[in-house]
Design a protein around this ligand. Structure first.
Ligand code: HEC
Ligand code: HEC
Length: 446
């Protein structure tokens, strides 16, 4: 009961903060293009069943990631617009994703090191629209396990005919909606049927495609705005010399960048190319040996996953193997050395949650349920014995004092993690530091 009251108070103060930080930052401050993207991001009409917006899987109060703790506590994968359909990965935060460059590679010690792109596996390369976040934004609307609309023209039609967005869309993208549509009920029928397609002349199809690009660019503009990329955490206030860190947070920061924990090797503390505060990722890819999440609903999605429980997530390698057609060259020869690698996520907002006991999930498959669990894994992955069962949850592994085999054993990074020799107190200090990365600590404009 006591906890209950405390949580309620915390939630209310959180709501108040959200009002201060978001509420006042919205309408009057955002550029029209950003405002349009924001409206689309939160529009549930843009799904086959008119029941799912981007924000359903990327909630601002949860740091722009999964807002349902029941799901986070288990499979951590979200249901799509069509009931019973789940994807295979945990939603990463959509904030700060616009900083990820177009997917490219650099040569390092004779090896190709891939950098950039959006999604855990980088498949939203940015080569189509010049921005990986914009390329990304064209995916979910049409993904059968997400918003599941059968045709990009359905998204365009609904935005062009939406009470909330029509005016703004035409202001920002003049002429974008000059498309000769079939009759309303025909469009509606096509757009609520799987496999449906809006009948358009080649010219109108081309215009619709252009408008679909415009929608993606506006979403990316919103994701790039101050509402999404706030840089308003305690750590930012500390960098600006406004507040001190506690001694424990200081120790955590020192460990984070030091040689013992090595976190900053990948979760970079350097400033960005335009002097941005640190983004906590170098946008590279690594296999850190995350175990299978036994609760991943994908194992049971027979229609989409014929491999059942023997399915493994190949990450970047899986994408490269498929010879991206919208990219510069065939990189399938580099697939194998990238199996199991996932994009280094930003750590901004990793601890952002609506109230302290709210459960979040971490890693591409949401295996971990707490930051302490994550740091303990980095510290002891190669020290503890292997669990007998490949399918062992984090809670079971902690109880049995073991870690399961990595989901993919190839390419596991054993140089920078696995046996860090951190004490329990040092693990806690790193967690305390990670908690300083939640936006909403201060209002930047004051
Ligand atoms: C059903 C849940 C769901 C919906 C709806 C959804 N997403 Fe996501 N989002 C995910 C998942 C899961 C991933 C990771 C997928 C992967 O890597 O294969 C993701 C990845 C992303 C990323 C990549 C972040 C990065 O750093 O690579 C961005 C940005 C994003 N989503 C924005 C959006 C936008 C914009 C929309 C609406 C057009 C949207 N999402 C709709 C679940 C969802
Ligand atoms: C060798 C590069 C590397 C190092 C070193 C590293 N990480 Fe990571 N980190 C990653 C990658 C890659 C992922 C995503 C892996 C996946 O999902 O399979 C990740 C994921 C995470 C996540 C989950 C974030 C989310 O949104 O799900 C946290 C938290 C995290 N790292 C914290 C740390 C801390 C703390 C340290 C230091 C003790 C550290 N990392 C060291 C590469 C690294």
């Amino acid at each position: 009961m006591e906890i209950h009251t405390r949580e309620l108070a915390f939630m209310l103060s959180g709501l108040f903060m959200a009002w201060v930080v978001l509420g006042t930052a919205t309408a009057e401050d955002l550029a029209p293009n950003e405002r349009l993207g924001q409206s689309i991001f939160f529009d549930k009409q843009l799904a086959i069943k008119r029941n799912q917006a981007c924000a359903v899987c990327h909630g601002p109060r949860e740091g722009w990631t999964g807002p349902e703790q029941k799901l986070n506590a288990a499979g951590a994968v979200y249901e799509g617009s069509i009931k019973g359909r789940f994807g295979n990965r945990k939603p990463p935060t959509s904030a700060y994703a616009t900083y990820s460059p177009v997917l490219h590679y650099i040569e390092e010690n004779g090896e190709k090191v891939f950098i950039g792109g959006n999604f855990w596996d980088g498949r939203a390369t940015g080569h189509k629209l010049g921005s990986s976040a914009a390329d990304q934004a064209q995916g979910p609307f049409l993904n059968p396990v997400e918003q599941a609309l059968p045709d990009s023209a359905c998204v365009v039609y609904r935005v062009c005919n939406s009470v909330r967005d029509e005016r703004l869309f035409n202001d920002v993208w003049p002429g974008a909606c000059d498309i000769n549509w079939p009759r309303r009920n025909e469009v509606n029928r096509a757009c609520s049927t799987e496999g449906g397609r809006v009948a358009l002349s080649p010219e109108d199809r081309a215009r619709s495609d252009q408008a679909y690009d415009a929608i993606a660019l506006s979403i990316a503009a919103f994701e790039d705005s101050r509402v999404s990329n706030q840089f308003s955490s305690k750590f930012d206030a500390y960098l600006a010399g406004k507040v001190p860190l506690t001694p424990e947070e200081q120790r955590g920061l020192a460990l984070f960048k030091g040689d013992k924990a090595k976190c900053a090797n990948c979760h970079t503390l350097d400033r960005g190319p335009h002097g941005e505060p640190p983004l906590f990722t170098d946008f590279s890819y690594d296999n850190i040996g995350v175990p299978r999440n036994p609760d991943n609903p994908w194992y049971m999605q027979a229609a989409f996953n014929p491999d059942g429980k023997s399915w493994v997530d190949l990450g970047l390698g899986g994408f490269l193997a498929k010879t991206p057609t919208d990219w510069v060259a065939d990189f399938s020869a580099f697939a194998e050395e990238n199996y199991g690698k996932h994009k280094v996520p930003t750590l901004r907002n990793v601890d952002k949650r609506p109230y302290p006991s709210f459960i979040k999930a971490y890693m591409h498959n949401g295996y971990f349920k707490s930051l302490k669990g994550v740091v303990h894994f980095y510290n002891t992955r190669d020290v503890k014995p292997k669990c007998h069962d490949l399918f062992t949850t984090e809670a079971q592994a902690l109880a049995q004092d073991c870690w399961p085999e990595p989901e993919i054993t190839a390419n596991v990074n054993a140089e920078e993690l696995g046996n860090l020799r951190l004490t329990d107190k040092e693990e806690d200090a790193i967690v305390a530091f990670l908690k300083t990365l939640s936006d909403g600590f201060f209002d930047k404009r004051k």
